[in-house]
Design a protein around this ligand. Structure first.
Ligand SMILES: Nc1ncnc2c1ncn2[C@@H]1O[C@H](COP(=O)(O)OP(=O)(O)OP(=O)(O)O)[C@@H](O)[C@H]1O
Ligand SMILES: Nc1ncnc2c1ncn2[C@@H]1O[C@H](COP(=O)(O)OP(=O)(O)OP(=O)(O)O)[C@@H](O)[C@H]1O
Ligand SMILES: [Mg+2]
Ligand SMILES: [Mg+2]
Lengths: 227, 227
């Protein structure tokens, strides 16, 4: 499903080259549940952005469901991002002037869902992440953990085949975090491919496989039982 | 040092009143180390903003080091915020177009520190949070945990008497989080009053006292050994 070969992503900063990802190879099959862990600054979000077709590598190859991503048209890329991939960003990336429900409706608009259905779906998924009563608040009228849950709801709105979640429980108390993990496990059992970056070892341990990153490289890749 | 009596903070949203803080009373002495815990949306950040003189209550009284905050002049409030309080925001609040070191220098500019000393102090504290090599990156050229550490460095730059840290390790891996807690304990031993919101029970347990919030009220307030 996801095949990454000898991937590198670097940034040029004057005379210095920052190697965010350094000759990394990785294969993830459809329906897998993978945790990505590693120190702050080790390249996890950069890797997620490339998997999610939001960024391109400096070198190496990324093949998604048999298609080489570098060769895809802009329209095809947009279609993949909007219909098949749900992305929970580490810093949420909500639209500040839109309410929670409007933020969640955004991917549904791109997917061509009509207004009445869109609103019902968005309200339903906000209820699912326990945000009833907060649907018409804007991000600055929400707590940190509430914003995180809007970001999660937006990622799930289109029923994605691949869910990329970058620190999805970082701003949540243990109980709320467990409710989100419960929801993720449910999706997983329905066949969704789930790739989750987390700093919480308890959350990481709920996956079936753990990939550990350091300095842009994979240092460990094991079934969770052996991690 | 910090005396809060019957504090309430509500938001009017059309016909609905959101009670972010609901008749809350709390006393914190100089030099204490307090964790504030509770579910997402329970009022922790709202409480921190009021303690940090960044927001005013709707009713009730807040006395800081003997001065009633509601009665203070704008100049005196600004002086207190700039010289005595260091605030690590839950969403970092960095200036996007400034480098890490420029972000950290900002409170030093307000404190009237001359340029050469400011730059030395900012570089030193960035090194202390393990960001050497990233001082001239802007926030969008940093990872989530690196941005969090810039926010921490900025809060510590002026050697504050009171450190208010809202989820200071939320974006950090365990090891980096422990390094930050090590730094906080050091400041604590030097007499800094430390009030920390955290969702991580292991981090909360490092304080000397735990205050648990729910629906804008304090439900538990205990020495950590009894929590
Ligand atoms: N635009 C950029 N320019 C230069 N360097 C960058 C840029 N974006 C990221 N980096 C660097 O690339 C490295 C990897 O960043 P990345 O965001 O992938 O880390 P991460 O593993 O997600 O960290 P965290 O756990 O703190 O979120 C970091 O050291 C960061 O400073
Ligand atoms: N400007 C606002 N207008 C309306 N409601 C608000 C506003 N700001 C905050 N709230 C509400 O007040 C409540 C408390 O928010 P607060 O940010 O203090 O929670 P918190 O305990 O810090 O949560 P978290 O752990 O998720 O960060 C939340 O239910 C939130 O929706
Ligand atoms: Mg990251
Ligand atoms: Mg908060």
């Amino acid at each position: 499903m996801i095949k990454i070969e000898n991937l590198s992503r670097h940034y040029q900063m004057g005379p210095t080259t920052v190697k965010a990802i350094d000759d990394l190879s990785l294969k993830i099959s459809a329906g897998e549940f993978v945790s990505i862990v590693g120190p702050s600054g080790s390249g996890k979000s950069t890797l997620m952005n490339i998997i999610g077709c939001l960024d391109s590598p400096s070198s190496g190859k990324y093949t998604l469901a048999g298609e080489e991503v570098a060769g895809l048209s802009r329209d095809r890329l947009a279609e993949i991002r909007n219909k098949y991939i749900g992305f929970v960003f580490q810093s949420f990336n909500l639209l500040g002037r839109e309410s929670a429900v409007e933020n969640v409706e955004l991917p549904l608009i791109y997917a061509g869902i009509p207004p009445k259905e869109r609103r019902e779906r968005a309200m339903e998924i906000l209820k699912r992440v326990e945000l009833q009563g907060r649907e018409f608040h804007q991000p600055n009228e929400l707590s940190g953990g509430q914003r995180q849950r809007v970001a999660i709801a937006r990622a799930l709105a289109v029923n994605p085949k691949i869910l990329l979640a970058d620190e999805p429980t970082g701003a949540l108390d243990t109980k709320t975090g467990e409710q989100i993990m419960e929801l993720f496990r449910e999706l997983q059992s329905e066949g969704v491919t789930l790739i989750m970056v987390t700093h919480d070892p308890d959350v990481a341990a709920q996956a079936k496989r753990v990939v550990q990153v350091r300095d842009g490289k994979i240092v460990v890749d094991l079934p969770v039982g052996e991690w």
